[in-house]
Design a protein around this ligand. Structure first.
Ligand SMILES: Cc1cc2nc3c(=O)[nH]c(=O)nc-3n(C[C@H](O)[C@H](O)[C@H](O)COP(=O)(O)OP(=O)(O)OC[C@H]3O[C@@H](n4cnc5c(N)ncnc54)[C@H](O)[C@@H]3O)c2cc1C
Length: 470
């Protein structure tokens, strides 16, 4: 260790690895209670999986289709209002505009939904009349489940759905959006995770800030800094330092040492264990996830609504049954998500000027990550075109209107977030209580188990409250 770089002998209360949503939310909570806290981020900018960038004079979001868990401003209950209260933020700081309408489209069946759950219930009754009672029993079971309890045992959501519903198409149609927006495991989900996603998507719903995720990220960082928090960008952690089962700080890639009484990591459980010289058997018990995606972003010379496309998000699947797993091909063309950032209920003057269509498809990290640059860029062009061709079976054909295209792959995700395999929803085995083999090293974010935009912030808050504000 290069002790000559030990930074001014400051000892922080907590050093947080990662300036994504969970790390920044935890940082705000700690700084509010006057803890000396430093967030270190490997990348040159904030946001992690939910960052933003500018390309050819266009602003893009990395990981925002929609903010889930929508609640109207002033609502007193639910995850969003809890989050704002805990972080001392105002509703205007997120400026959320609700979705118009979304749908799940399978062969022979379409389920539409908006931010009113009774509309979705009526859709299920209309498309699957024989499943009405079973669906109502499932909803009761979901609403009586305490999904956030940190000691919940892992349980199969498919088993629960099979107890209440008999139509496999309906079961898959319920799984499809919930898996696409939050399952680290193929085929099935942990029931608590299913409940989190069901409530956040079908019961609460989607929204988006008119200016995208920039607004949320910048408000988080400004708030954190105003409270006295320190943020260091381009500061990758190469090692978590420890003595006798106790973390003492972090060693950065540039040789600097930051000493701290606690370390909170949002880098992922497998990634964090690797950074902390954890014994090999424990590392083997916590493998990284394998579910990753490609995301294609098409800029159009018209609004999607001009082509007749007014839906906010379309989850489509052509296969019987639905498959959610790392594909054997570079991308899975049988299913995907089409999101149009234009199709939200923006206030007057807030509409996005340029038309955008984003399409997400499952992708195989083992194909994308090792490609040489010579093979990578042509492969991107090829699969981008194939994905668009697959999606236009479900939405109006927008391809003649494309004026610019960007695409990112599992390789991009690994490069900019350091998540192994570009695994968007992290490891299959979550660490709900956030504890690790070191008594003061904790996990927050995706691999603690609350994920997505709102979930990861709640994770940072919960872990800060539970372990670092006692
Ligand atoms: C394409 C895509 C679409 C998505 N769409 C949605 C959506 O519509 N709605 C929604 O709710 N969610 C969506 N998500 C998911 C959501 O973005 C994530 O769940 C959330 O951002 C995770 O936040 P986090 O803080 O847990 O992790 P991360 O954002 O991964 O933050 C971890 C941070 O740690 C940093 N880091 C890692 N290793 C080190 C190290 N050694 N040293 C220093 N720093 C390190 C990383 O660079 C990163 O910034 C999407 C994600 C993707 C990729």
């Amino acid at each position: 260790m290069r002790l000559q770089n030990r930074l001014n002998a400051v000892v922080y209360d907590t050093v947080i690895i990662g300036a994504g949503l969970s790390g920044l939310a935890a940082g705000i909570r700690l700084a509010y209670y006057e803890k000396k806290v430093c967030v270190v981020e490997k990348h040159y900018t904030i946001g992690g999986l939910n960052s933003f960038y500018r390309l050819r004079k266009r602003d893009h979001d990395v990981g925002l289709h929609a903010v889930t868990n929508y609640a109207a401003p002033g609502t007193k209950t639910g995850p969003l209002s809890k989050l704002l209260r805990q972080l001392r933020l105002r509703w205007e700081d997120f400026a959320l505009c609700p979705q118009i309408e979304s749908s799940v489209v399978f062969p022979g069946h379409t389920l539409r939904f908006n931010n009113e759950f009774e509309f979705f219930r009526s859709q299920v009754e209309q498309e699957f009349p024989s499943q009405k009672d079973g669906f109502n029993r499932l909803v009761e079971r979901i609403n009586s489940h305490d999904e956030l309890h940190l000691t919940n045992e892992t349980a199969s959501a498919r088993a629960v759905l099979n107890e209440t519903l008999s139509d496999q198409v309906l079961i898959d149609m319920l799984f499809c959006p919930l898996m696409f927006y939050g399952s680290p495991t193929p085929h099935d989900m942990d029931f608590s995770q299913f409940v989190i996603m069901f409530k956040s998507i079908f019961e609460e719903g989607f929204a988006r800030p008119a200016r995208g995720v920039r607004l949320i990220m910048k408000n988080l960082v400004n708030h954190f800094r105003k409270l006295g928090g320190e943020l260091r960008l381009k500061s990758g952690v190469q090692k978590i330092l420890s003595e006798n089962g106790h973390a003492t700080g972090v060693l950065l890639d540039n040789g600097d040492v930051i000493e701290a009484k606690n370390v909170l990591s949002s880098a992922g459980i497998a990634e964090t264990l690797r950074l902390s010289d954890c014994p090999a058997p424990l590392q083997a018990e916590n493998p990284p996830g394998a579910i990753s995606f490609v995301e294609t972003i098409f800029s159009l010379d018209c609004q999607p609504a001009d082509l007749g496309h007014r839906q906010t998000i379309v989850f489509y699947n052509d296969a019987d049954p639905f498959h959610y797993e790392p594909p054997t091909d570079p991308c899975d063309l049988r299913s995907g998500i089409v999101c149009s950032p234009n199709n939200f209920q923006y206030g007057e003057g807030d509409e996005i000027e340029e038309g955008r269509i984003r399409i997400t498809a499952l992708a195989d990290p083992k194909y994308w990550e090792p490609l040489s640059d010579d093979a990578y860029y042509p492969a991107k062009d090829d699969w981008c075109a194939r994905i668009a061709a697959a999606a236009v079976k479900h939405i109006p054909d927008f391809r003649k209107h494309v004026v610019d295209t960007d695409m990112f792959t599992p390789r991009t995700i690994t490069k900019f977030t350091s998540h192994l395999n570009g695994a968007v929803y992290g490891a299959p085995k979550k660490v709900r209580d956030g504890r690790t083999h070191l008594d003061n090293l904790f996990i927050c974010g995706t691999d603690q188990g609350f994920l997505g935009i709102i979930g990861s912030m709640l994770s940072g808050i919960s872990m800060a409250n539970l372990h670092l504000l006692k």
